[in-house]
Ligand binder design. Structure first.
Ligand SMILES: NC(=O)c1ccc[n+]([C@@H]2O[C@H](COP(=O)([O-])OP(=O)(O)OC[C@H]3O[C@@H](n4cnc5c(N)ncnc54)[C@H](O)[C@@H]3O)[C@@H](O)[C@H]2O)c1
Length: 419
């Protein structure tokens, strides 16, 4: 007993938490920014970073080095040399999450892993088996936004009655510049590793994870899907998909629907609506306040910057002053299961770009945004909307489904790439 206590005290991380960051460009810049206030508060200190893009980041490197932050060109040398680190943030491309997180867990570091945690459920289960001390958090920061917290409060307090349905619809156009910014963008596999980049599995993944969060029974619980039926389509000339319609049931008994795309001309902010036996509540992407049709008052704490708040919670968790981060690695199981089952259910991505011929490069089906909205309103998949390019998937019962065999059979992922 005493021995256990001594070990606990010895292992306790003292502020400031020493942090390393892998991936400085792209979204890594937001991590650098969030770490600023945490350093001022004395909670964390960035001591080293790694990014292989040395030249484009030359000015960032100079600034960081002038503050004493050590720069490495790859995560392996960083981990080899930095022996006093407490935590590692991983904002590297998706196909590298698995190997970098594995290396960080082997060092027994606290890990802030960007969303999506890893592309495949087999990889997630592999990481979960390694993360024995539950030190990995995943950066789905929108669960911390005030409107999502408010929805969760209304749900858990029973204000909406028995929850029957969660639904998300949204269109977030992406240009060729977006797909050209990184070699892994729009890919299913890059460098022999699964990426599964697309609206549900990258940019708009927050909104699927939000459904999983809201379907969890308690404030800090996340739900799991029971069954999934989905259709994935490719409109732009990319390897991956840019339009997805998904439907299913959660273990809670509620149904869910999630329809998003990158292939419209116009942006339609994601709307997440919760339908209960007493009434409805909803939240819009970038919206500051949730809506409801019951006249319910708001009681959730305001949160000006969900990303900074998610970082702060991670740091407090690592310092032992908070029991858990906002999203633990095991909380993402519902999200990863849903995306993997969606791909398997679809029978593979259906290429419908030829309908737009030459113009597919510039995206966008006229009327696609309206169609997305209509499918969500009617609770249907595209194949049920009588559009001639559609192809129905088959419903997958998660408990009977063997993800490894399903996903490998699709030919987009090779078994050897799963490490
Ligand atoms: N939480 C959010 O809201 C949010 C928003 C955007 C992106 N992301 C996530 O952030 C991650 C990075 O996405 P991105 O769009 O910024 O990617 P990106 O490719 O644009 O940038 C990633 C950075 O990592 C660097 N990098 C690449 N390979 C590396 C390696 N082997 N070692 C070290 N650095 C390496 C690149 O040079 C680049 O600077 C992804 O997981 C993405 O899903 C999260």
């Amino acid at each position: 007993m005493l021995r256990g206590l001594l070990i606990d005290l010895k292992d306790q991380v003292k502020p400031p938490l020493t942090v390393g960051l892998i991936g400085v460009g792209g979204f890594g810049a937001s991590h650098l920014k969030a770490l600023g206030p945490l350093e001022t508060e004395g909670l964390a200190r960035l001591v080293c970073v790694a990014d292989l893009a040395d030249t484009p980041l030359a000015s960032t490197r100079r600034t960081l080095e002038s503050r004493g932050v050590r720069w490495y060109s790859d995560y392996k040398s960083l981990l080899e040399k930095e022996l006093d680190l407490d935590a590692l943030a991983i904002a590297a491309p998706i196909h590298l999450h698995m190997e970098i997180a594995t290396a960080a867990i082997a060092r027994d570091l606290f890990v802030y892993l960007e969303k999506p945690p890893v592309p495949l459920i087999q990889q997630l289960d592999g990481l979960l088996a390694l993360d024995l001390h539950k030190k990995v958090a995943v950066g789905f920061q929108l669960v911390n936004s005030q409107p999502v917290q408010q929805l969760k409060l209304w749900i858990t307090q029973g204000a909406l009655g028995e929850i029957r349905n969660f639904r998300v619809g949204g269109c977030s156009p992406r240009s060729t510049v977006y797909y050209a910014r990184a070699p892994w963008a729009g890919k299913m596999i890059y460098d022999g590793k699964p990426v599964f980049d697309g609206p549900a599995t990258n940019a708009l993944s927050h909104w699927l994870h939000n459904i999983m969060y809201l379907a969890g029974g308690k404030m800090d619980e996340f739900g799991l899907p029971l069954d999934v039926e989905a259709e994935l389509y490719r409109i732009k000339p990319i390897e991956s998909y840019d339009l997805i319609g998904m439907r299913g049931h959660m273990e809670s008994g509620a149904s869910f629907q999630y329809v998003v795309t990158h292939a419209t001309e116009e942006a339609v902010p994601c709307k997440l609506e919760v339908v209960g036996s007493k009434g409805r509540a909803w939240v819009f992407e970038n919206g500051n306040v949730p809506g409801n049709d019951l006249g319910l008052l708001e009681s959730a704490q305001s949160c000006a910057d969900p990303f900074l708040e998610t970082w702060r919670q991670f740091v407090r968790f690592a310092l032992g002053t908070q029991p858990r981060p906002a999203t633990r690695l095991d909380d993402t199981r519902g999200y990863v299961l849903a995306t993997n089952a969606a791909l398997a259910s679809s029978g593979g991505i259906r290429d419908i770009g030829q309908i737009w011929g030459e113009s597919r490069q510039n995206a966008c089906q006229p009327g696609l945004a309206e169609l997305v909205e209509q499918t969500v309103q009617e609770g249907k998949l595209f194949s049920e909307m009588k559009v001639d390019w559609s192809r129905s998937g088959k419903s997958i019962k998660i408990a009977e489904w063997l993800p490894s065999t399903y996903v490998t059979r699709l030919g987009y992922f090779h078994k050897n790439s799963f490490t």
